[in-house]
Design a protein around this ligand. Structure first.
Ligand SMILES: [Zn+2]
Length: 302
């Protein structure tokens, strides 16, 4: 079963106090609806969080310590680059506290099954987006425009308003809400010797098309190489004058795994083509902190 489906199943199966509803109740109860949403003192009180502190020497991004009577949240100060990142790290840890029944102390984790614990991080990422990016406000203010023409500039503008990393806005729209039925991909290239690689992607969970997963070695992510027709289009945008390019490509042309790192299957698909949009605007903007390379955003309508 796919990780995301499993996660949603766990969320709906937790019958004592549905975790997701709990998160929404916290937001409603505390009337957190002015953007950007802050983890206020009331939230901390409600979740029995005594303090949030930074720690320079910790291997993970953050952690929740179960104290004598309350939680203590620690976040890795090395990962707190920029306000948006910091806020997201904190929200993720607050989400961890929402997985506990806190009426009695020590608190009990609501995810009972050990086998389901491995989904906890995915669940907390999902809940962190619920906390910082409420769907209602997101739906209200955008988004037809973003849906039709998904560009980095537009996404960034929304992200600034919510004060969250832009990638979380994309994941929210594409994966959580399934509002944008596109694969959004960042392709990067370090040097001429290195080919274009998938650096990051968000995609709705649908059968028929997918990108093979890259490998993470240490802190670095080695995405699959982009070949064939998609590579040709990227090069065209990169070398050309246009800011973006839209093209229809036949599924047949990217179906073969030797042609492209994106695999598309005709199974269950009526359409014979995919609409691909490559925009140049993201070139040279840093996405992964500390890594400088050419980058480009690709949207594939599916
Ligand atoms: Zn976590």
């Amino acid at each position: 079963m796919r990780k995301e489906n499993k996660m949603l199943e766990i969320l709906s199966n937790t019958n004592r106090m549905a975790i997701e509803i709990n998160t929404e109740n916290v937001l409603k109860l505390l009337e957190l609806n002015i953007l950007p949403i802050y983890i206020t003192k009331q939230v901390m009180k409600r979740q029995k969080i005594r303090m949030i502190r930074e720690n320079k020497k910790m291997p993970e991004n953050g952690r929740v310590i179960i104290g004598k009577e309350e939680f203590v949240i620690e976040i890795n100060s090395k990962k707190c680059i920029g306000k948006a990142n910091r806020r997201y790290l904190i929200a993720h840890e607050v989400a961890h506290t929402m997985l506990y029944e806190i009426e009695k102390w020590p608190p009990r984790n609501m995810i009972v099954k050990i086998s389901e614990r491995k989904y906890e991080e995915t669940i907390c990422d999902y809940l962190a987006r619920k906390i910082l990016i409420p769907e209602e406000t997101l739906k209200r203010e955008i988004i037809k425009e973003v849906r039709e023409h998904t560009t980095y500039e537009k996404i960034k503008k929304i992200a600034n308003k919510y004060c969250v990393p832009w990638s979380q806005i994309v994941i929210k729209l594409v994966e959580d809400m399934r509002y944008i039925k596109k694969i959004i991909m960042i392709a990067g290239k370090k040097s001429d010797n290195d080919g274009w690689r998938v650096k990051w992607h968000a995609m709705p969970k649908m059968e028929g098309i997918y990108i093979p997963i890259g490998r993470r070695i240490g802190d670095k992510y080695y995405g699959p190489k982009i070949k064939g027709v998609i590579k040709e289009i990227i090069e065209k945008v990169k070398d050309g004058k246009e800011e973006s390019i839209k093209e229809e490509i036949e599924i047949e042309r990217i179906k073969d795994r030797y042609m492209s790192s994106i695999k598309a299957y005709k199974k269950n698909r009526k359409e014979k083509t995919l609409r691909l949009e490559v925009s140049k605007e993201i070139i040279n903007k840093q996405i992964v902190i500390g890594e400088k390379e050419e980058k480009i955003m690709i949207a594939i309508e599916i």
